[in-house]
Ligand binder design. Structure first.
Ligand code: PA5
Length: 459
């Protein structure tokens, strides 16, 4: 196995931070039993195809289709790829892009982008941002990818209508299919009606499918994340291999040896038994900061539930928070060390940052700079990570340490897949349905009603 990510839960043990805040051996033993039991439930439900996210990496036919369609569009000389989508339809590709292309990717020259398009993820309906994107991305050399599993999300529909009109006015309706790809649920009797289907039919637009048993926030390895990935030149095979490798690691029922179960189990036990109601995700790399954002949605929307699976009111959920090392050491760490001891802090370190930046050996007359002169920025980042980790332990704060050897398609896929499996297991431990989101629906209904009223009042 190459570049496997590792997860260390020992800083959460009572022998490091005391039994009031850390897990004890007895608690771990109990947890081991529950995990074994829920592992069997998950395996059974997986076999019954209740959750499709586990198997997405095995879908060769879809991967081939994605490769074929992306090479066709890349051959057309597309300069900009614009995603129209929100929530689970946007956060996955944002996380992959930041991790694999790095910050400021859109500002690089075409040559430095190796000929691949710039990426704009439109995951909001802020008119100023959207107008600016339209100005920066002339439709003639832009490919839009409208992504919506339900095919009815108001924000995405609003964006799409604006883009369709713009395409009609610029390239003309005949050529819309050369500038738009639709990713939505499949057609069929048992499938919900997606409004994107009639739009695809009207203009002859290529359509990619999100399997019905894959929820938005678990869809990063479906065409939702993989088609844009192919358009950006990411190594799809390495992403698939990373998922496969992590699936193997996560397919045993042992809490000790299963990284996803360790993550889920420790979060659960420290929440329930030690009052750790907040889960901070703090990578020490700019490139992983949007993975923290993606994690926040996954953990919040999956586990934040009013009812348990039997319908009892339990108001469950740990609040996920994103932070960035070292930046947020100068913003959040004061609170994490000295404020309420109600958090688990997940720190992600990266051993090899792909590039090394040396600090010049200058200004020898200033002795206070001795510790940094002639060293590397990489070493400072790792030292800051280690310092934060140790300081948190000194203050009896539970830390889970995730270490990545490097950031690549292979390791990033492992991390995302591991967190998805962890979320599925956490759902079982908390006894909630991790795959629905009833709490989001009410606000949507009210907004739609309001829009209709505004229209009526205008007439
Ligand atoms: O995880 C989820 O299910 C949600 O966050 C959805 O992804 C989000 O609401 C967008 O839904 P849709 O893809 O149907 O437009």
């Amino acid at each position: 196995m190459k570049h496997i990510i590792s997860i260390d839960i020992s800083p959460c043990h009572a022998n490091k931070i005391g039994p009031q805040h850390g897990f004890t051996d007895i608690e771990f033993k109990e947890l081991t039993k529950s995990i074994k039991q829920y592992h069997n439930v998950l395996i059974k439900e997986r076999e019954e195809k209740k959750y499709g996210f586990f198997e997405l990496y095995k879908d060769k036919a879809t991967h081939n289709k994605i490769k074929e369609i992306s090479s066709k569009f890349l051959g057309q000389g597309i300069e900009n790829l614009v995603i129209l989508g929100i929530g689970g339809s946007a956060l996955g590709i944002t996380a992959l892009n930041t991790a694999l292309n790095g910050t400021y990717y859109n500002l690089l020259s075409k040559e430095d982008r190796k000929g691949y398009p710039r990426l704009f993820v439109m995951d909001n309906i802020d008119p100023v941002t959207f107008k600016r994107m339209m100005k920066l991305c002339p439709p003639q050399n832009t490919l839009y990818n409208a992504i919506s599993k339900s095919g009815e999300t108001a924000e995405t529909m609003c964006q799409l209508l604006i883009v369709l009109q713009e395409l009609e006015n610029t390239v003309g309706s005949e050529k819309i299919k050369e500038h738009l790809v639709i990713t939505t649920s499949p057609r069929g009797e048992n499938a919900p009606k997606s409004l994107l289907h009639p739009i695809a039919d009207k203009y002859g637009i290529t359509q990619l499918e999100i399997p019905l048993n894959v929820g938005g926030r678990f869809s990063v390895f479906s065409p939702v994340g993989l088609f844009p990935s192919a358009m950006l030149g990411f190594d799809i095979e390495a992403l698939i291999e990373g998922c496969a490798e992590m699936d193997t690691l996560c397919s045993n029922d042992s809490l000790e040896n299963n990284p996803a179960y360790k993550f889920a189990g420790i979060h659960y036990i420290l929440d329930i038994n030690k009052g750790k109601k907040i889960s901070v995700m703090m990578p020490y790399s700019d490139r992983l900061k949007d993975i923290a954002d993606w994690y926040c949605q996954l953990w919040a929307e999956s586990l934040g539930k009013k009812e348990d699976i039997k319908g009892n009111n339990i108001f469950n959920g740990q609040t996920p928070v994103k932070a960035l090392g070292a930046t947020d050491q100068h913003s959040q760490i004061q609170l994490y060390r000295e404020g309420p001891n109600d958090k688990i802090i997940n720190l992600i370190s990266v051993e090899n940052q792909n590039e090394v930046l040396l600090v010049p050996d200058i200004l020898n007359e200033i002795s206070e700079l001795e510790y940094i002169r002639g060293q590397s920025m990489n070493d400072l980042l790792l030292a800051e990570f280690q310092g934060t980790k140790d300081a948190l332990t000194l203050s009896q704060r539970p830390v889970i340490h995730i270490n990545m050897k490097e950031i690549s398609e292979f390791t990033v896929a492992q991390l995302l897949y591991m967190l998805e499996v962890a979320t599925a297991m956490a759902g079982k431990l908390y006894n909630v349905n991790a795959f629905n989101q009833p709490g989001v629906e009410e606000g949507k209904k009210i907004a739609r009603q309001l829009m209709l009223e505004i229209k009526k009042n205008k007439v």
